[in-house]
Design a binder for this molecule. Structure first.
Ligand SMILES: Cc1cc2nc3c(=O)[nH]c(=O)nc-3n(C[C@H](O)[C@H](O)[C@H](O)COP(=O)(O)OP(=O)(O)OC[C@H]3O[C@@H](n4cnc5c(N)ncnc54)[C@H](O)[C@@H]3O)c2cc1C
Length: 674
């Protein structure tokens, strides 16, 4: 006679919070006894894969599915979930290693909660008894508690449930790998089958890469990209969303003491945000304030539904097709896709984005009114694919270099490099000596003091350095959790480069980890390293001149005025003839660095005596002249020539020809540093 006891498949979710294109949900659906799998739901129906080959021995016999989304206590502060406010959390605070910031801030915490709740509702709406459980704690401990609870209940005669297997999706970070190893060990100790599934949220499936060993990954993105072109033919088909799943088990283990899981989306958000409210100012004397009439560039809630809504909009409104010309923008919602947060949490996959673009390119699905509809790959969709490959590349770099990503010198240890690490055409065989940074807890040996470095870093975080572009970007990211790639590059360069602040780049990366809605371990730490010049790329970092960059990418001062409202009333044009206005170069330079404003403007704007105006952290000498070529050189966006030829760049070019006189960068210090 068949054993009638419920057999549970336990699915531990981390950054795979979606129903569609999720191999685990798909396998649970198709291998469940009453398999009634029917129709997929998303636009890429034509490119779906209904059968994924999983060896039979990997599929346990199960009758119920228990999906559990765990908020890991080392990355997300969980003390807001304590059932009794007088109890202490058993876990150390989820704070960063170097600067001690919370590791997950408001913006991402809320986005994650929204994503989890969206999936919970999706599962419930399948109407087959499925649901998502949310738990907090150390992942291994949560799993152990679940297994122990079922054992105890069975021993006490209150339940007949057995856990048949544990499945989870592998992830790249070292902490994630440790959690996976813990779960595997616990499974093995308790003789429960375990399977770590490949993470399928990337553009090119790892199993299709032309790499025998991760050590073979080229250290230069361009080399990697060229080895994979044409990119459009690379992604695997996506997997449809199941319409039916095994039900949740009859008994479900509760959240372990001393925590309690709220029963509403709002309650979940509140519990996540509560510990962060203790110090809403982050120890900053002047935390950024929301500027009047300013809208976020990232107004999207988290979740699979919102991700697909955004994707559909990008395609049907044409923003995907114009991406190449708008991607260097900084103001508004549609200059770039804003899909990064969804990708980071696994609310959507890169190949789903690819297949939706493919539908458009081949004249299927939404977007009929757009000129490029049905005309194959266009500059915009090709540009998005290139970016998605950057994301893949960062994640592969994380695999190749592992924990070295977090070290001050990154992976730039000459003794560990081989000649094949060097990009042949750039002839950078000679590695420069190690870089040094000003440190926040001890002197970096550069005549700096940690007190002064902390003070400067505080002004940087507050958006009060005196450099318009940097201040706008830092205020924006603080208030919204998002800022453009262009802004991020400038900010990272400004913090870490010795000709500007020269501060330990890791505290910048930690600050971003805290703030970013789209924080992704590999993309964040990889990009910071890349700009700081400690990454695998042979060039020694990207030195961006934020004044020249503002002129190229914010030629009308729109971005700076959006986030630094103190400068909004500064007129940037002057009359040169009847009805003829011309850019007032002097004023524009004053917008980019307010110390350059004349006394009359300072008085009029109420900026006289204001610290970031009168005592900027850095003064960049930069002048404008007519009819002369641009001088100097600087980091170009990740070496992609076309990125530099932005819309803003062309406009700026028409109006102004600049001569860069950058040699004279002064780091304001001591008495005039404020
Ligand atoms: C210092 C610094 C820190 C960063 N931290 C993160 C991070 O934590 N998480 C993150 O997703 N991106 C990070 N980026 C990369 C990039 O800035 C963001 O991915 C991008 O701005 C997100 O906006 P979007 O979705 O509109 O991007 P789009 O321009 O629309 O690009 C499409 C997608 O491509 C991917 N992508 C684009 N550029 C990069 C890149 N340089 N590296 C990796 N992936 C890329 C993203 O997934 C993005 O959603 C960082 C960049 C810098 C310079």
């Amino acid at each position: 006679m068949e054993d009638a006891s419920p057999r549970v498949l336990l699915y531990i979710l981390r950054r795979d919070v979606r129903l569609a294109d999720n191999p685990i949900f798909h396998a649970a659906s198709t291998n469940f006894k009453t398999n009634t799998f029917t129709k997929p739901v998303h636009a890429s129906d034509t490119h779906i894969r209904n059968h994924i080959s999983v060896p039979d021995q990997d599929i346990p016999s199960f009758t119920h599915l228990l999906p559990v989304y765990i908020l890991p206590s080392n990355q997300v502060e969980v003390s807001g979930f304590l059932s009794d406010s007088t109890t202490e959390s058993p876990y150390p605070k989820a704070q960063s290693r170097v600067a001690g910031f919370w590791r997950t801030g408001h913006h991402r915490a809320q986005f994650m909660a929204e994503g989890a709740w969206d999936l919970k509702e999706k599962l419930q709406n399948l109407g087959c008894g499925s649901d998502l459980q949310i738990r907090v704690g150390k992942i291994g401990e949560v799993v152990e508690n679940i297994l122990q609870w079922y054992t105890d209940e069975k021993n006490a005669g209150r339940s007949t449930v057995d856990v048949a297997a544990i499945w989870m999706t592998a992830d790249e970070g070292s902490e994630e790998k440790e959690d996976e190893a813990d779960v595997q060990r616990i499974s093995s100790e308790r003789e429960v089958a375990f399977k770590a599934w490949a993470d399928e949220k990337y553009y090119i499936d790892n199993r299709d890469l032309p790499l025998h060993d991760i050590a073979d990954l080229p250290n230069v993105y361009t080399t990697y990209r060229k080895s994979l072109e044409p990119l459009r033919s690379r992604p695997r088909p996506s997997i449809p969303a199941p319409t039916q799943l095994p039900p949740s088990p009859p008994e479900i283990p509760p959240q372990n003491h001393p925590f309690e899981i709220p029963t509403s989306r709002e309650g979940l958000i509140k519990a996540l945000l509560q510990p962060l409210e203790d110090d809403p100012k982050h120890g900053l004397q002047h935390p950024p304030q929301w500027p009047p009439e300013t809208k976020s560039s990232h107004p999207f809630p988290g979740g699979e539904a919102a991700a697909h809504e955004r994707l559909r909009y990008l395609i049907s409104d044409g923003a995907m097709s114009t991406y190449k010309t708008t991607r260097n923008g900084m103001v508004g919602v549609d200059y770039s896709t804003k899909l990064s947060g969804f990708l980071a949490q696994g609310h959507i996959t890169a190949r789903q984005i690819h297949w939706s673009m493919m539908d458009f390119e081949e004249g299927r699905g939404p977007g009929e009114k757009i000129a490029d509809y049905g005309k194959g790959e266009n500059d915009g969709t090709a540009g998005v694919r290139l970016e998605l490959l950057w994301r893949d590349y960062m994640h592969l770099c994380a695999r190749k270099f592992g924990n070295r990503m977090f070290h001050l010198d990154g992976i730039q240890d000459p003794s560990k490099r081989t000649s094949s690490d060097v990009e042949p055409e750039t002839h950078h065989e000679q590695r420069p000596s190690r870089k040094r940074w000003k440190r926040v807890h001890q002197s970096g040996g550069l005549g700096d003091t940690p007190e002064r470095t902390r003070e400067v870093f505080g002004r940087f975080r507050s958006g009060r350095t005196g450099i318009g572009l940097i201040d706008a970007a830092n205020r924006e990211v603080f208030l919204t959790g998002y800022t453009s790639n262009r802004a991020r590059q400038n900010v990272a360069s400004f913090l870490s480069n010795s000709s500007h602040l020269g501060i330990d780049w890791r505290v910048g990366a930690e600050w971003y980890e805290y703030l970013l809605i789209d924080y992704d371990m590999a993309s964040n730490w990889g990009n910071w390293q890349y700009v700081a010049g400690v990454g695998n790329d042979p060039r020694q970092g990207r030195v961006f001149n934020p004044v020249k960059q503002a002129l190229d990418y914010d030629p009308q001062g729109e971005y700076i005025k959006t986030w630094v409202p103190e400068l909004r009333q500064l007129p940037l044009t002057k009359s040169v003839a009847m009805k003829k206005q011309e850019v007032d170069e002097q004023k524009l330079m004053g917008l980019y660095q307010a110390w350059r404003l004349g006394d009359w403007d300072k008085d009029r704007l109420g900026l006289r005596g204001v610290e970031w105006v009168e005592w900027p952290l850095v003064k960049i000498q930069f002048s404008v002249s007519r009819g002369r070529g641009r001088g100097g050189s600087e980091g170009r966006g990740r070496g992609r020539a076309w990125r530099g030829r932005s819309r803003g760049n062309d406009r700026g070019k028409k109006r102004l020809e600049l001569e860069k006189q950058m040699e004279n960068v002064q780091i304001a210090d001591g008495e005039n540093g404020g």
